[in-house]
Design a binder for this molecule. Structure first.
Ligand code: ADP
Ligand code: ZN
Length: 437
């Protein structure tokens, strides 16, 4: 059963005709109502009527995170404040956050897309969704909440934190699905095991995880520890929030991005040139239906590959491979590019290690060096230092053989690596700290 079968299975020609109509309206709206877009388009000497085909999108200016931030708080809104039904903001670790707005129709569309996503992941009315994404300015909690209601689920707005209470309520309320970040799901699973609680005996059957990059190996880990199907859900504040796309349960290979609401491009990180399907690059998104906060070619910094091969679920919308990481999280260690998810994959393939890790990067003289801090499983730790040294030598070799990086792997006792409550901090970059001080 497909929730919105008319739109989700539209033949591509019709889908593209719809995209073009909506793109023209969006460009017009941006040009007429948002000073930033008008100035950026004038500079490139491009007017809304120049957009005659979908590929003309390449003439439009890119929008970057910094530009949204420069227009804090409401400078990028395309409607007057009295039409804004709600605002959210990106987490923005330092300085001012990016504030986004929604009209009532934007909220309705968002809920609809989340409902679609939940349904594609296999949830049906009658399911109970335990929502451990944070509620508040962060889009995760509320975005999933209203989508769950729109699909007719029992929504359980738990929010993040209070891990022991999460476990009690997961059991007592009989949740059939859990949504949160993958790192927090792992934290919940570990805490439950510590309490002697068998998560596999719960009624949980589906996990929807997102808001941070994760690996296929992490999927296996979560699936076996929680006895669920673990699916990937994607979204970002600047474009809408969660529900921009999701993995379908039938395919479990790449996320369908809802192309009737978004125009998706994959572009070269350095040159900004559009790339063909199948090539790895940065995902850029143009909203097609947003009223309060439309964006033109927003550079997400998320690195992935778009694929157009048909999916067995019957949905015609493009698929985006699991995100390897954000361009700004990519580490360059002695000339080799590496994403934390690549390191994660190797660590998780090593059975004697626990799946908790953090990477530290230092500058030693003119060279960058990297230390991977990871935990031993309790049986490994019990075997003593010599044995652990052998395991770390083996992992160091695997990292060298499979990714090409030389680094030091330090194995620590269980519980020493910081546990995540939301987005995990995978990298501590001491070079940045040194540069700041
Ligand atoms: P930020 O973290 O930038 O403050 P958001 O809370 O809006 O803002 O998070 C959006 C970002 O989270 C995305 O751009 C992406 O980097 C990451 N993200 C979201 N979903 C996923 C996913 N399923 N896989 C990998 N990364 C994701
Ligand atoms: Zn599919």
């Amino acid at each position: 059963m497909i929730f919105d079968v008319d739109h989700e299975t539209l033949p591509r020609e019709e889908l593209q005709a719809m995209q073009l109509r909506r793109l023209q309206i969006t460009v017009e709206r941006c040009y007429e109502t948002v000073r930033f877009y008008r100035e950026a388009m004038d500079e490139l000497e491009i007017k809304p009527h120049h957009i005659k085909t979908l590929s003309d999108v390449k003439f439009l200016p890119y929008t970057k995170k910094e530009q949204l931030r420069d227009n804090y708080p409401f400078g990028m809104f395309a409607v007057p404040p009295d039409q804004v039904a709600r605002v959210h903001a990106s987490s923005g670790t330092t300085g001012k956050p990016i504030v986004v707005g929604y009209t009532r129709r934007d909220i309705a569309n968002w809920s609809h897309m989340v409902a679609r996503s939940l349904s594609a992941a296999g949830l049906r009315p009658g399911d109970r969704l335990h929502n451990a994404f944070g509620f508040g300015l962060f889009t995760g909690g509320m975005g999933l909440h209203y989508g769950a209601e729109a699909l007719g689920l029992m929504a359980i707005p738990m929010s993040g934190g209070q891990t022991q209470k999460q476990i009690m309520l997961l059991a007592d309320f009989g949740a059939t699905a859990l949504c949160c970040t993958p790192s927090y799901a792992l934290n919940i699973a570990e805490e439950a095991e510590k309490l002697g609680f068998d998560m596999r005996k719960l009624s949980l059957r589906i996990g929807l995880f997102g808001a941070e990059p994760w690996s296929e190996e992490m999927r296996y880990e979560l699936e076996s520890r929680l006895q669920i199907d673990a699916l990937d859900i994607y979204g970002l504040t600047e474009v809408m929030g969660p529900g921009v796309g999701v993995e379908c349960r039938e395919g479990k290979h790449g996320l369908h991005l809802w192309e009737d609401h978004f125009l998706i491009e994959c572009v070269d990180v350095d040159t900004g040139e559009p790339l063909p399907y199948g090539e790895q690059g940065e995902i850029a998104i143009t909203t097609l239906t947003k009223e309060a906060f439309p964006v033109l070619r927003f550079r997400t910094r998320d690195i992935s590959v778009l694929e157009q091969a048909p999916c067995k679920c019957g949905r015609t919308h493009v698929r985006m491979r699991r995100i390897s990481g954000r361009s700004d999280d990519m580490l360059i260690i002695r000339g080799v590019n590496v994403f934390p998810t690549q390191v994660e994959a190797i660590l998780m393939r090593t059975e004697t290690l626990s799946p908790f890790y953090q990477i530290e990067v230092f500058r030693e003289g003119f060279l960058d060096s990297m230390v991977v801090n990871v935990e031993a499983s309790p049986p490994l730790y019990a075997k003593g230092q010599e044995f652990m040294d052998r395991v770390s030598a083996k992992v160091q070799k695997d990292l060298k053989d499979f990714i090409g990086i030389t680094c030091r792997v330090q194995i620590h006792p269980t519980g020493t690596v910081e546990r995540s409550m939301g987005k995990a901090m995978r990298v501590v970059d001491h070079r940045k700290k040194a540069a700041q001080s």
